[in-house]
Design a protein around this ligand. Structure first.
Ligand SMILES: *[C@@H]1O[C@H](CO)[C@@H](O)[C@H](O)[C@H]1NC(C)=O
Ligand SMILES: *[C@@H]1O[C@H](CO)[C@@H](O)[C@H](O)[C@H]1NC(C)=O
Ligand SMILES: *[C@@H]1O[C@H](CO)[C@@H](O)[C@H](O)[C@H]1NC(C)=O
Ligand SMILES: *[C@@H]1O[C@H](CO)[C@@H](O)[C@H](O)[C@H]1NC(C)=O
Ligand SMILES: *[C@@H]1O[C@H](CO)[C@@H](O)[C@H](O)[C@H]1NC(C)=O
Ligand SMILES: [Zn+2]
Length: 944
């Protein structure tokens, strides 16, 4: 699964249990066990993990989703299933997962083996908390015999984005309903009773009953479709061929009237499904073009043939995550699959290529071989998040896209993993039991840190050794399950085979990265050649309370260069400190630069002399430093300064050379770090000098793009250049460069005047935002009407975000009101809209007042659904940096303690902690920073 854009926390909502709904959804026939009031019982049905007595072999599942409401207004589905399982330990109890399903008649148990009688069912009940259908038998199931359990059931086809659910949209003014699924992690049990754990692999024979004229899809190939009459209704019955042996969380069932396009590559049928108007407009074509080549790439990378006869991909109007790797039927948000040249930016296009690559990578890693339990989720997601760059780079070789992992994953997760509240990649199996605990694992650590350490591993092993081990891992565990150390073992075999030189075993090296949280800062003293490591903490005053088996020391691979010359071998730092004589420098021009291309998961600090020489190298000849390392120097310096390891002014010094910088990655790194300065200072007297300094820094880049694009009449050819053009415009406008705001206003006005949008899709987000910021009600209303008319989700998303850029309090307040009206803003988009209003300095206090005033309402209305309270609370408070704001936050916490904060509880405490540390940071840095900006401006004025 890939998460929604910037919405790491929303995923938690996927398995939120709707306790009230469940209560009213009980069937008459199967009683619910009264909740235990005494001490937790030790009955097997009170445990979250299945007993080991029964192993499913195959299921026959027939489901009939109703796309029209029943007379009471409820959307439902009915189903019938037979599961055949093997008894591996005598037992008189059957536990099978079931959540929010009603069972209409009694379950039947039969024996498959002749001569063996099945015991009869003595009693049955639903255990709500642990989500089981419990059957107690009057005799034993006997070891090594096969049995079949047959049930009939009904469930609600709710719009809750989990299990078997419904998505709605309008086509030509007509409401349409799609029945679709999202099973991962624990919602297959909401569609039919099943042994819902990833190691309980089985073969599935799926049949869907659906209205004539609709299309039914599932993991397998469609085998036969017949017209039948059931309960007096003329319907179609589509049976799918048996699946491979697979986990329940990878199942998918979809009924829609979507259209499709297709092609076939080496006998694999590839289809892209979407709303008919989207397909007719060609919006699936890019995905179709890229899927085949990416599949071929992974076949080569894994040395393993794509295991299925078909690969369907479908874009859904309502989808909580970004995409889901159901085996053979991948589901996506529309923005993650649909592309239209006249609306989509290069960034939209890149997102499509990388998400397709991510999901296709899972077809082997995750689906063919599945981790045994959710505690190893980080390996599944980290792996796909790493190789998605390789797949996308293969599909779009001109983009240099593999560089972006440093910005998107390494730097992004450094910010989280440098806090004492972080956690190790790996969890203990016994610590991950409940659905909510499983959902919590879908976070930046699993995805981005997982990707970062696997990239480091692949690099120090070399790609050839890495893929050799990978292939043998996949071959060994195909159609089965593994644990993360199994991968290490197969990599070790490849290391042994090839005679690769390592300082320790793969397992021992990787344990230091996997079993303890955080990462080191490596300090190199070029006067002595001394190198050392220390756990990097963003807040130097925080204390780590969790013990680590390795004392927060890592086995660190260091690739490095001296004055532009790459050292031929990896320097391993295996202890707290070491001496490397080659790292000594002599003379005023020699410098050392470590962690080349940021392939290692750590930060680097140097003695002041080396920093000074690196700054001179940046100033005089920045291309002597590799482009990714220029981004690293900026990011490391700013973060080392936050941690009080180096002075803040040294970090600011790294921005001086930017007048000469034309590459995207270093610029983006600088912009990301300056965002913190904007948040801290955009309401204080530092703002003026800071703006003037940054305007001076960005103007050359702005002028460069103006000149190379014929006064903005063309778009740069390179992908990275296209991104940097956007940086140039958004930063220039942000610093108040007159020419920039005139430009964006003019373009937007042309659109309003002519009703023809000539703004290039790449530039739309920033142009819309700046024009709406500079404009008034007329501009806002125009954009709002365009938002409502948008025919492609990515265009709607650009407008929705830009509408929050207004400087008019009344417009922002009205927009805030819209966010709680789901006919105006889809529920899935409410949080991110409020957060983008708060990130506008003019909207900050409005959004905070709004959230405070509406807390009870927001909490009750959106409590169980797709609303991310942690994103919301973090988003509206990230600028907080005064005593007054701190008091307000504490008051907010006290005032609402009865209502509660749900998934935002931790975020609220983190906000308080962050506000305190911001107050400290401002106190310590404000004067220095202001003096530095002023001095730079004076120097500049004196010289020009
Ligand atoms: C399950 O479905 C398969 C394929 O349609 C069929 O051959 C088999 O008899 C079914 N088994 C049961 C127990 O219904
Ligand atoms: C592929 O698309 C063509 C053209 O739309 C259609 O005629 C054909 O039935 C499709 N093939 C499959 C296997 O879906
Ligand atoms: C898809 O590929 C075709 C054939 O190579 C090409 O003409 C078309 O422009 C491509 N479409 C997109 C959206 O990439
Ligand atoms: C790799 O070689 C080492 C040293 O010879 C040996 O101890 C180890 O068992 C081997 N590991 C594997 C997985 O083959
Ligand atoms: C990609 O990287 C190569 C070498 O690293 C460079 O020559 C090329 O210009 C880059 N392309 C783009 C589009 O940035
Ligand atoms: Zn994934």
């Amino acid at each position: 699964m890939i998460l929604g854009a910037g919405a790491v926390a929303t995923i938690i909502a996927l398995s939120v249990v709707y306790s009230q709904e469940m209560a009213k959804n009980q069937d008459g026939g199967t009683p619910t066990k009264p909740p235990a009031t005494a001490a937790p019982s030790n009955e097997p049905w009170d445990k979250y993990r299945l007993p080991k007595s029964l192993l499913p072999q195959q299921y026959n599942v027939t489901l009939w989703p109703r796309l029209l409401p029943d007379p009471t207004g409820l959307y439902i589905f009915t189903g019938e299933t037979t599961v055949e399982f093997k008894c591996v330990e005598d037992t008189d109890l059957i536990l099978i997962h079931s959540n929010k399903l009603n069972y209409s008649d009694s379950a039947h148990l039969t024996s498959v083996d002749s001569g063996v009688e099945a015991p009869s069912i003595k009693s049955r009940f639903l255990q709500i908390e642990t989500q089981y259908l419990v059957l107690q038998l009057d005799g034993k199931l006997v070891k090594d015999h096969m049995y079949q359990l047959h049930t009939k059931f009904t469930g609600e086809l709710a719009d809750d984005l989990g299990g078997f659910y419904r998505s709605e949209y309008y086509e030509d003014g007509v409401k349409k309903v799609v029945a679709t699924t999202q099973m991962q992690p624990t919602d297959a049990r909401k569609a039919f009773p099943c042994f819902d754990e990833p190691a309980m692999k089985a073969v599935f024979h799926i049949t869907l009953i659906h209205d004539i004229g609709t299309v039914a899809l599932s993991n397998g190939e469609q085998k036969e479709t017949s017209s039948v009459v059931i309960e007096g209704q003329h319907v179609q019955k589509t049976a799918f061929g048996p699946t491979e042996k697979m986990s329940t969380y990878l199942l998918a069932f979809i009924v829609s009237d979507f259209a499709q396009i297709n092609n076939t590559i080496d006998d694999v049928l590839i289809r892209i499904f979407a709303r008919k108007p989207a397909i007719d407009a060609g919006q699936g074509q890019y995905a179709l073009n890229k899927t085949g080549p990416i599949l071929k790439f992974f076949e080569g990378y894994y040395s393993s043939k794509y295991p299925l006869p078909k690969s369907d991909q479908i874009a859904l109007p309502d989808f909580n995550a970004g995409a889901m790797e159901n085996w053979g039927l991948i589901t996506y948000r529309e923005t993650a699959l649909l592309y239209d040249e006249s609306f989509s930016s290069n960034s939209n296009k890149e997102r499509i290529a990388t998400i397709i690559a991510h999901e296709l990578a899972h077809m082997w890693f995750g689906n063919l071989v599945t981790l045994r339990w959710w505690n190893d989720l980080w390996l599944n997601e980290g792996f796909a998040s790493y190789v998605e760059y390789l797949g996308a780079a293969n599909a779009e070789p001109d983009w240099n896209i593999t560089d972006l992992i440093v910005l998107n994953d390494v730097h992004r997760v450094f910010a989280v993993d440098a806090l004492t509240s972080s956690h190790p990649l790996s969890s203990k199996e016994e610590d991950i039991q409940r659905p909510a605990q499983i959902s919590e694992l879908f976070d930046a650590i699993s995805y981005s840190k997982g990707a970062s350490v696997l990239r480091m591993l692949s690099d120090f092993l070399t790609e050839g050794v890495f893929t050799q081990g990978l292939t043998s891992y996949l071959n060994t565990f195909a159609f089965g399950n593994a644990v993360y150390t199994d991968l290490w073992e197969h990599l070790q075999m490849a290391v042994n085979n090839t005679g690769t030189d390592l300082p320790n075993s793969v397992n021992n090296i990787m344990n230091t990265w996997v079993l303890q949280m955080g990462f080191p800062v490596v300090t190199i003293d070029t006067q002595t050649g001394g190198i050392s490591q220390k756990h990097f903490l963003l807040d130097p005053d925080s204390t780590v309370t969790v013990e680590s088996p390795f004392n927060y020391e890592w086995i660190v691979p260091i690739k490095w260069m001296k004055t532009g010359v790459i050292h031929p071998t990896i320097q391993w730092l295996k202890n707290k400190s070491d001496t490397v004589h080659e790292m000594k420098t002599s003379g005023p021009s020699e410098w050392v630069l470590a962690n080349l291309n940021v392939l290692g998961y750590y930060r680097v600090n140097y003695d002041q002399g080396n920093w000074d020489r690196l700054l001179i190298a940046l100033r005089d000849n920045h291309s002597s430093i590799p482009v990714i390392n220029r981004a690293q120097l900026v990011d490391d310096a700013f973060n080392l300064a936050r941690a009080k390891i180096i002075p803040t002014v040294l970090a600011l010094e790294t921005t001086k050379y930017l007048t000469e910088e034309r590459d995207y990655v270093p610029w983006k790194s600088a912009v990301n770090n300056l965002d913190f300065f904007y948040l801290m200072f955009d309401r204080s007297e530092v703002y003026g000098p800071m703006q003037n300094y940054l305007m001076k820094q960005i103007t050359p880049l702005f002028t460069y793009y103006k000149n190379t694009t014929g006064n903005w009449s063309t778009i740069p050819a390179g992908h990275m250049d296209q991104y940097n053009q956007v940086n140039a415009i958004s930063m220039a406008c942000r610093t108040g460069l007159e020419e920039c705001s005139t430009l964006t206003k003019t373009w937007f006005k042309q659109w309003m005047d002519t009703n023809t949008n000539r703004i290039h899709p790449n530039l739309r987000s920033t142009v819309y935002c700046n024009a709406i910021a500079a404009g008034g009600a007329k501009e806002w209303e125009f954009a709002w009407s365009q938002f409502q008319k948008a025919t492609i989700a990515s265009e709607a998303e650009k407008l929705r975000s830009a509408l929050s850029c207004s400087k008019q309090p009344w417009l922002l307040n009205r927009y805030l009101e819209y966010t709680l009206n789901s006919t105006l803003i889809r529920k899935q988009d409410a949080t991110s809209t409020i957060v983008s209003i708060a990130s506008n300095v003019a909207g900050q206090s409005l959004a905070w007042d709004f959230v405070r005033a509406r807390w009870t309402y927001i909490f009750n209305e959106y409590g169980g659904g797709s609303f991310s309270f942690s994103n919301l609370i973090n988003g509206v408070t990230k600028r907080f940096s005064t005593e007054y704001e701190l008091q307000q936050l504490k008051q907010f916490k006290a005032d609402n303690s009865e209502v509660g904060f749900g998934s935002g509880t931790l975020a609220l405490d983190q906000s308080i902690e962050r506000t305190i540390s911001n107050i400290k940071w401002i106190t310590e840095n404000k004067q220095n920073v202001m003096n530095w900006f002023k001095a730079e401006l004076k120097l500049y004025e004196a010289s020009s």
